[in-house]
Design a protein. Structure first.
Length: 592
């Protein structure tokens, strides 16, 4: 008892210390927020926004209590801030750093659209790259939307095309005597191939090559249009890559050779000598909440990004940017439906899918919104596949970017049995269960033939339901759906040709469709009301910070660690392991 009391005393002391730190941090944030409210946004009267796109950029803002209001810049942050900046007379232009961010094509396309809208307002964009050194063409697609493209002397243009690498782990599982068992509907549903195969199947290879070809064709067409180049001239440079900076300037892919300070000087000259360079994330933070006034038409903005999961988020310290909880998002759509001030719903989807049950829950909420008279438009981000496509089926209109990975109309169900693996290291597992199939989801014992037949039966039922919902939602004959389904992923461009989406376009094209369906004048600015709103302590602090310019950069070490690429990759791999439940998921997708 003495030992237990001693341990409990230590635990209470630690908890009290954590509580005091949190309370102190919140008080400090509130004080700084109050100062920000009094002093205004504190931004210069003549500025150039400096946007660094050389790092990973997610579709949705990641935020947690550990951020204390500092949120990592997302695609949608940039798109929204550019919209504000194009009307802000203080902002003269954007200085863009780009070249090594490995931006996926659809994210690059969304940023490209935002920059082109910004330029159309009469403002400039100057891009600088120390080297275009990335696995795809996304970085250069963004740069090509600029007025001027600078590259550092003695650097190299490496962008050559689109490619991907797939890992096949069956050989490793064979060595450790693990038994992966998966049921897929159908041959193109390749999410489990990494566990079951040692090489591409013919269907896997076919779908992946088509995806890469579509990305390549789209990238070339967009860059050729933006830089006023012929397709053949552009392809000849890509095929010759890597090439020198002098060669790409001669061919018209860039406009200037110089260091970053030379490009900054050029931007300052355009903006005026008194111009100040302002970090884009600082401007985006100040711009949050500075949209149309309260009298403007209100559109509900539901941003669904990440894996689709059942239930609710039980982490009070985070809004789980990388997860779509069925309870949370179904409730959000229902609340938007019941909100009399909301005229329509814009659902942004950036998800490879996940739980079939949670996906169906969200789809039902979308259908009820339409039945209640609220128009629903879906804007697809970098990926809206499997469950991510499923939740869009109830919408009035679906828009995808040309490079969006979408479709994957199929089913996956599987598990690993590692009983023999444990035996290799001297661990013995013995299972007991009451009921014929009590150990059905066991991770120790493989499915029997009879149980596997049950799995196939359930997969058939879910696949039939999925394709029927596609036929209903897309107003397509079931036979046609079955031709384009079979678990195959398509780019947005290919999906449009097959009737899986209605239009190619990014976020602002979706906004235009929302206005049309809601009877809002095309030139009328709208107010976005975000669902689901952040809850609890973080939500309160976040809403306060969103109305001020106060920024706090302390106590972020843990968040930096969690955001580190190795940690994120490890967590992603762990999340992709099968849960033993039936899923509408498209993991292991090609990346550029």
């Amino acid at each position: 008892m003495i030992v237990l009391s001693w341990i409990w005393g230590i635990v209470k002391s630690v908890l009290n210390t954590i509580a005091r730190v949190i309370v102190f941090a919140v008080i400090l944030v509130l004080i700084l927020a109050g100062i920000g409210l009094v002093s205004g946004d504190g931004l210069p009267s003549n500025m150039v926004l400096e946007l660094d796109a050389r790092k990973s950029i997610e579709d949705k803002t990641a935020s947690s209590l550990l951020d204390l209001g500092q949120k990592s810049l997302s695609v949608m942050d940039i798109v929204m801030a550019l919209d504000t900046a194009q009307r802000d007379t203080r902002v003269k232009g954007v200085f863009l750093r780009v070249g090594s961010g490995d931006l996926s094509l659809p994210r690059a396309e969304e940023l490209r659209d935002g920059l082109k809208r910004f330029r159309a307002s009469g403002k400039f964009v100057i891009a600088h790259s120390q080297s275009f050194y990335s696995g795809g063409l996304g970085d250069y697609v963004v740069a090509a939307a600029s007025d001027e493209i600078w590259m550092q002397p003695v650097s190299t243009f490496f962008s050559a095309g689109t490619s991907t690498t797939s890992l096949f782990l069956k050989g490793a599982f064979d060595k450790v005597e693990a038994t992966p068992q998966f049921v897929q509907r159908y041959e193109y549903k390749n999410a489990a191939n990494m566990f079951m195969q040692t090489d591409f199947t013919p269907a896997h290879r076919e779908a992946t090559l088509r995806l890469l070809q579509s990305w390549y064709d789209t990238s070339v067409d967009e860059v050729a249009a933006d830089r006023s180049l012929s397709r053949d001239a552009l392809v000849s440079v890509l095929d010759a890559s890597p090439v020198t900076v002098e060669e790409v300037r001669e061919k018209g892919l860039i406009t200037h050779i110089g260091y970053d300070d030379d490009a900054r000087d050029a931007a300052e000259t355009k903006a005026g000598e008194d111009a100040e360079f302002t970090d884009f994330d600082r401007y985006a933070q100040a711009a949050r909440g500075q949209g149309a006034g309260s009298g403007a038409p209100t559109i509900a903005f539901v941003h669904a990004a990440g894996e689709i999961l059942e239930g609710d988020n039980d982490n009070p310290l985070s809004d789980s940017v990388d997860s779509i909880y069925g309870d949370v998002f179904a409730k959000a759509i229902r609340e938007a439906t019941d909100d009399d001030s909301v005229q329509a719903i814009l659902l942004r989807v950036d998800s490879p899918g996940g739980s079939a049950i949670a996906s169906d829950q969200i789809l039902q909420a979308v259908k009820k919104a339409r039945a209640a008279g609220k128009p629903v438009v879906v804007s697809m981000g970098s990926v809206a596949a499997s469950g991510g496509y499923y939740i869009a089926l109830g919408a009035d209109r679906i828009l995808a970017l040309p490079g969006t990975i979408t479709g994957s109309i199929g089913v996956l169900w599987g598990k690993f049995a590692v009983g023999q693996t444990m035996g290799l290291v001297g661990v013995t597992a013995r299972e007991l269960g009451v009921g014929r199939n009590a150990l059905f989801l066991s991770g120790i014992t493989p499915w029997t033939e009879e149980q596997l037949a049950k799995v196939n039966e359930q997969a058939d039922i879910v696949y039939a339901d999925f394709t029927a919902k596609v036929a209903e939602g897309r107003n397509m004959p079931l036979e046609r759906v079955q031709e384009v389904a079979r678990g195959r992923v398509w780019t947005g461009a290919d999906a449009l040709e097959r009737g899986l989406v209605d239009e190619l376009g990014g976020f602002w094209a979706a906004v235009d469709d929302v206005k049309m369906l809601a009877g809002i004048d095309a030139d009328q600015r709208v107010r976005f009301k975000t669902y689901p709103a952040a809850d609890g302590l973080f939500g309160t602090v976040s809403r306060i910070l969103d109305t001020s310019s106060a920024a706090l950069k302390a106590i972020r070490g843990l968040q930096v660690l969690l955001d580190a690429e190795p940690v994120r990759a490890l967590m992603g791999a762990l999340r992709s392991m099968p849960s033993g439940r039936i899923e509408l998921t498209a993991t292991g997708l090609p990346s550029q």
